[in-house]
Ligand binder design. Structure first.
Ligand code: GDP
Ligand code: IMO
Ligand code: MG
Length: 427
């Protein structure tokens, strides 16, 4: 049995979907443990492209069990739409292949509405959320008034909790200038969802444990990235869950002794979507060039992603916080053709050099990145299928990642497709 984590080492969109699909080959079970449909994970197989939000990226493999863990916030409407989208693309989804934790919290219509209203009310101080209701849903979980998937199987309880919540949330919605929800309408809508989803709901912690006893391999698929973590990210410009390695335990109902390795997915440069600090951001022609070459537009919201140089301070922080055992480097092909590349190897803060991401955004704002310059490589890299075929300068660039972070690179990705991937060492 082996259990390993695939997680984002930067601000999300590192290529977790592609890597999960690739590594699912070595797994029997693929588990999402946090986040919700704020995530957008792209998988390309042959000529087909799949955009996944809530459903684990192992779903494209027929024989794998996919689990939406208790730490995920589940919007039933979005989930059913995604199931339909996949079925239209020929991916069969049955309760044998997909399980949803009975402890997962539900994103309700009032969460989506409040996400939007609160963002508007923040004005220039908005976070730039995906407006999918993620923050308000996790807020209710912590406030202990959330509705869970197990409540869908007890209609009387569901009805009671829904009534209480709608009464409470309508006050808030109206205070923010929104339109109150009608209890009966929401209740009727949910009766339809319950009918379609009830057979998928199960105690997934028990299932994962049984699979471990059967010696099966388990892959935990992260969403978002280290710097969007609620505790260790660039707070308050973060998401509302623990995206780091430690998030797996509470988010999937497993103990820390079960995990063998954690792979941090690292894009060969840095991007972020939404607001917040970004020390190596390139707010210039080079940033635009990288955005166009890498097609850096959000999968969930379509927003242009902000682009910048590779930041090893961030990768080293990710290695420490998530206990990374290796990195998978993606999109190294996107940098092809750029003559001189820069890598950030420290921040100068109040006259001192630091190699970790500070807690206070006031400190981050005055951090000056320290750069090293590297020679680029050409387009031939996208055709590389073994380490030997990788241009020498790209090898030097990647060696610097290993040297600075003390973490090896186990996988190199040179394009979006499954076969544009090289396994270098164990995870
Ligand atoms: P995720 O959220 O971490 O799963 O990443 P996204 O799917 O949001 O964004 C990554 C994008 O890069 C997707 O369009 C992928 O198809 C694409 N991609 C992944 N790996 C590579 C790679 O090595 N090279 C290139 N050119 N594209 C890649
Ligand atoms: P994947 O899994 C990149 C960002 C939003 C915003 C902040 C809070 O595809 O890497 P939220 O809606 O979660 O309350 O928004 O987090 N964000 C992401 N950025 N990739 C993601 O997911 C993201 N999910 C949320 O843009 O800045
Ligand atoms: Mg994404």
């Amino acid at each position: 049995m082996s259990a390993f984590i695939v997680l984002g080492a930067q601000w999300g969109d590192e290529g977790k979907g592609k890597m999960t699909d690739y590594l699912a080959e070595d797994a029997d079970v693929v588990v999402r443990f946090q986040g919700g449909n704020n995530a957008g994970h792209t998988v390309e197989v042959g000529e087909k492209q799949y955009k996944l939000h809530l459903i684990p990226s192992g779903i494209l493999h027929d024989e794998k069990l996919n689990i939406i863990g208790n730490g995920v916030v589940v919007d039933p409407k979005a989930l059913l739409e995604e199931m339909k989208y996949l079925e239209d693309l020929g991916v069969k989804i049955t309760p044998d292949k997909l399980k949803i934790s009975d402890r997962a919290h539900l994103i309700m219509p009032y969460h989506r509405i409040l996400d939007g209203l609160k963002e508007s009310a923040r004005g220039l101080n908005d976070i730039g959320t995906t407006k999918k209701g993620i923050g308000p849903c996790y807020t209710d979980k912590a406030e202990r008034c959330g509705i869970r998937t197990c409540d869908l199987l007890h209609l009387d309880i569901f009805k009671e909790r829904l009534a209480l919540n709608i009464e409470d949330k309508n006050k808030l919605i109206q205070m923010y200038g929104g339109e109150a929800l009608d209890f009966n309408e929401v209740y009727e809508e949910f009766l339809g969802y319950i009918e379609q989803l009830k057979d998928y709901i199960a105690d997934t912690s028990v299932i994962i444990y049984d699979k471990k006893l059967e010696n099966k391999n388990i892959l935990f698929e992260g969403a978002q990235g280290t710097l969007l973590d609620i505790d260790y990210g660039s707070y308050p410009f973060v998401t509302s869950s623990n995206t780091i390695g430690g998030g797996v335990c509470p988010g999937a109902g497993v103990g820390p002794t079960m995990i063998d390795s954690a792979v941090g997915i690292a894009k060969a440069y840095t991007t972020r979507v939404g607001k917040g600090p970004f020390p190596t951001e390139l707010d210039n022609e080079m940033g635009e060039l990288i955005r166009e070459k890498g097609f850096e537009y959000g999968v969930t919201t379509g927003r242009a992603r902000r682009c910048g140089w590779l930041d090893l301070v961030i990768l080293k922080s990710a290695a420490r916080i998530s206990g990374l055992t290796s990195f998978a480097v993606t999109k190294i092909d996107t940098l092809a053709g750029i003559e001189k590349l820069r890598i950030c190897v420290g921040y100068k803060l109040n006259g001192k050099v630091i190699d970790y991401f500070p807690a206070s955004l006031e400190d981050v704002a005055i951090c000056e990145p320290i750069y090293e310059e590297y020679d680029g490589w050409d387009d031939s890299i996208a055709a590389a299928r073994s380490y030997d075929e990788i241009p020498e300068n790209a090898k030097i660039y990647m060696k610097r990642i290993e040297e600075f972070t003390g973490v090896k690179i186990s996988i190199i990705s040179v394009g979006p497709k499954r076969d544009q991937t090289m396994r270098i060492t164990d995870l």
